[in-house]
Design a protein around this ligand. Structure first.
Ligand SMILES: NC(=O)c1ccc[n+]([C@@H]2O[C@H](COP(=O)([O-])OP(=O)(O)OC[C@H]3O[C@@H](n4cnc5c(N)ncnc54)[C@H](OP(=O)(O)O)[C@@H]3O)[C@@H](O)[C@H]2O)c1
Length: 216
């Protein structure tokens, strides 16, 4: 499959959780973690999230102007039915063009909210959208910021090249209903995926920044 280079970025607790079972915003990390996320965003031509993360984390999916981004990344949001909330802040904040993707064959086009000039509507499989992003939207680097259910689907496609983690070993969440970077415990991936460490950095906030790259 022709697709962009795909990075993911997550903050995880000592027990590998990325949030609570309530799927609220994950607030267990530091300002340094947010700064690092923004540095990673500077490498991205596009950011991709599932509708769940967009809503839970109240994201605008932008890079602050003071970081002087060469351009704002495309803001790509995926859903099965494509029922997006037009009042969400992402639709009312300055940033990169928005690409809404619905994967269910029966999803109506245009998706909600109604069409606007800077909002593009797609009906694709996840795999199909990755191909489209590379070949039509000229996305070389795509940063997926979650959530776990979307990232599990990317791992299932074997489409992840780089894993960035903030390991917040100072916190634990526990519970079988709190998600990990592959969502809630369900089926195995079709095969294990292998990565090798390329960066490891303890932070003054009692956390670790680490990066693993796909093992070829
Ligand atoms: N700690 C961290 O770094 C971090 C990072 C990201 C998220 N989180 C946390 O994770 C939680 C959200 O988890 P989540 O599993 O709900 O997130 P999610 O994967 O962002 O959202 C799930 C929704 O996204 C859509 N979706 C996901 N995969 C899809 C696919 N392959 N094709 C089409 N649509 C797809 C579906 O939307 P529809 O229902 O519209 O079909 C699905 O219901 C929040 O608590 C958030 O704070 C934590």
């Amino acid at each position: 499959m022709e697709r962009p280079y795909i990075l993911i970025n997550f903050a995880i607790t000592a027990d590998g959780k990325i949030g609570t079972s309530q799927k609220g915003p994950s607030r267990f990390t530091s300002k340094a973690d947010l700064d690092r996320l923004l540095q990673i965003r500077l490498r991205a031509d596009a950011i991709l999230v599932g509708r769940g993360t967009l809503e839970a984390d109240e994201m605008s999916m932008t890079i602050p102007a003071e970081l002087k981004p060469k351009k704002q990344p495309l803001r790509c949001i995926i859903s099965r039915q494509g029922l997006f909330d037009g009042d969400h802040k992402v639709f009312h904040s300055e940033g990169g063009p928005i690409h809404l993707i619905a994967t269910a064959p029966e999803a109506p086009l245009p998706l909600t909210p109604p069409e606007r000039e800077d909002v593009h509507h797609h009906k694709h499989t996840l795999e199909g959208f990755l191909h489209h992003a590379k070949t039509e939207l000229e996305v070389e680097n795509l940063l997926c910021e979650g959530g776990g259910s979307l990232v599990k689907d990317l791992f299932a496609l074997d489409a992840i090249d780089e894993i960035n983690l903030t390991i917040a070993g100072h916190s634990l969440i526990g519970g079988e209903k709190a998600p990990t970077i592959t969502g809630l415990p369900r089926n195995f991936l079709p095969a294990s995926r292998e990565f090798e460490i390329s960066h490891f950095e303890p932070t003054p906030d009692n956390e670790l920044f680490a990066t693993w790259k796909r093992k070829n």
